[in-house]
Ligand binder design. Structure first.
Ligand code: 2YJ
Length: 275
């Protein structure tokens, strides 16, 4: 997964309420409702209020990202949890989280972002959680994905998790990746899970011509142009940077779900709390 930059997340801590308002406008559901649905978490139990979440800054690799821990805190608190950033980083931060009785820790290096429930020992990976959360958000934005064609762009880690989540929501998958080997491997592995044929082998332009519901799980930038989208296009795009060029992004802005952390963090938190 692409490493986030300070710039990608600069606004999150200040804009989580307006982010959520926008998500409700597009999908009819809040960030908490989408994360909980993706995790199979019962929001009426409301045990989040008693849940202490420690965010541990991690300095390894390329080091801290300015505002990363604060963004995760803002998202968790917005959902109703109680979170804190450990005063120390890395291993000392982990010992601090334990000694302050955190129920869940969240920590990320350059390659992996995990939530670990210290009580139940459940481990949740951001890439899979993000795919699942975005699949539910796309389902809600579309009314339902049941029996609808969905073009999945990108057959990497997020794409593979999205393929499963979209299939479970009843979507008929069309898979595209610039790496044709990865594309056909994912299509083949999905055949046994889907009661409908999983289609692949198209050019991007052909695939975009067949589907108006898109899940962009690729790390590519600006490869979808304004002529390839229209007023029916719906897009869930967890990948950073955005695959749409500025013209396409402008045309679909009211039907585009794209954020650097929010849906992934919400889904991770609820998944960490589910048995
Ligand atoms: O603690 C910090 O400030 C840093 N070690 C955070 C590193 C954040 N990691 C990434 O951006 C990775 N690519 C994984 C995050 C996936 C988010 N969708």
């Amino acid at each position: 997964m692409t490493r986030l930059t300070d710039n990608d997340i600069v606004d999150i801590a200040y804009s989580v309420i307006s982010y959520d308002r926008d998500l409700i406008k597009k999908t009819g559901f809040s960030l908490g409702q989408i994360g909980a649905a993706a995790a199979g978490y019962d929001l009426s139990k409301n045990c989040l209020a008693d849940c202490k979440v420690a965010i541990i800054p991690v300095t390894s690799g390329k080091g801290l990202i300015k505002g990363f821990s604060e963004s995760v805190v803002a998202i968790v608190d917005h959902l109703g949890g109680q979170s804190f950033i450990t005063g120390s980083t890395d291993v000392r931060g982990l010992t601090e989280a334990y000694s302050r009785d955190a129920h869940v820790v969240m920590l990320a290096d350059d390659h992996c972002f995990a939530a670990i429930n210290l009580v139940s020992r459940k481990i949740v990976d951001n890439a899979a959680a993000t795919a699942q959360g975005y699949a539910v958000a796309l389902d809600r934005m579309a009314g339902s994905l049941h029996n609808k064609d969905v073009l999945l762009i990108g057959a990497g880690q997020v794409g593979a998790a999205a393929a499963i989540a979209l299939t479970e929501l009843g979507a008929h998958l069309v898979i595209f990746d610039i790496n044709k080997k990865k594309e056909s491997n994912l299509a083949r592995s999905m055949e046994s899970r889907s009661s409908f044929p999983v289609r692949a082998g198209f050019s991007l332009n052909e695939a975009l011509g067949r589907c108006s519901i898109l899940f962009d799980a690729s790390p590519g930038r600006h490869f979808v142009t304004g002529e390839q989208v229209d007023e029916k296009t719906l897009i869930a795009a967890p990948g950073i940077p955005l695959g749409l060029d500025p013209d396409a992004a402008r045309k679909v802005s009211e039907r585009l779900i794209h954020d650097p952390l929010q849906i992934g963090v919400a889904t991770m938190l609820f998944q960490a709390l589910v048995k």
